[in-house]
Design a protein around this ligand. Structure first.
Ligand code: AMP
Length: 190
């Protein structure tokens, strides 16, 4: 099994790259952001719980996202592998993911971190907000998402660095070049 975490700040291109990566490597794609948006659209109990937090750009509780991920991993054990996008976003989530991996005798093979300077990210997200229809692609929520990223998500990098699993990838440039750089790293794994 090939289990990859695509890491990076909001707007780094994780979603775009994931679409191609999941196709090429036949991976089960787990984007907690997408799953939470589906829950909101379907007005489930979880959807109602997270709606306000997400629209303001805050992080949803670790318990909610981890239980979603655990359920998806359990349900897809025969998969060729998992591609995690937007998860883990806190050190506690990373620790709990290690627990889940252990439980199912799996491991994270690599954490690929898309590196993009913050000025570029904010402009990209404002542009995206014009067409995405996402309640959190407005300037106040975007700013708050970066505060959350800096305070709670960045420390996840050190967690994986310590495990020797982290690889930084330049996330500025043509989509296909960035995809090629990601694939080159993944192809080193097997
Ligand atoms: P994304 O689509 O990954 O940018 O996520 C959109 C929003 O969903 C985030 O700003 C958070 O409010 C919430 N979210 C997504 N993934 C997580 C996570 N792993 N932990 C906490 N909140 C999350």
């Amino acid at each position: 099994m090939l289990n990859i975490i695509l890491f990076g700040p909001p707007g780094a291109g994780k979603g775009t790259q994931s679409q191609q990566l999941k196709e090429k490597y036949n991976l089960t794609y787990l984007s907690t952001g997408d799953i939470l948006r589906e829950e909101m659209a379907a007005e489930t109990e979880i959807g109602r719980k997270v709606k306000d937090i997400i629209s303001k750009g805050g992080l949803v509780s670790d318990e909610i996202v981890v239980s979603i991920i655990r359920g998806r991993v359990e349900a897809n054990q025969k998969s060729a592998g998992f591609l995690f996008d937007g998860f883990p976003r806190t050190v506690r989530q990373a620790e709990m993911l290690d627990g889940i991996m252990k439980e199912f005798s799996l491991k994270i093979n690599r954490v690929l971190s898309l590196e993009v300077p913050e000025e570029i990210l904010i402009n990209r997200m404002i542009e995206r907000g014009k067409t995405s229809g996402r309640a959190d692609d407005n300037i106040d929520s975007i700013k708050h998402r970066f505060v959350e990223y800096d305070e709670k998500t960045k420390p996840v990098l050190a967690y994986y660095e310590k495990q020797g699993n982290l690889k930084g990838i330049n996330g500025v440039g043509q989509i296909q070049d960035i995809f090629a750089a990601l694939c080159a790293e993944i192809d080193k794994i097997q």
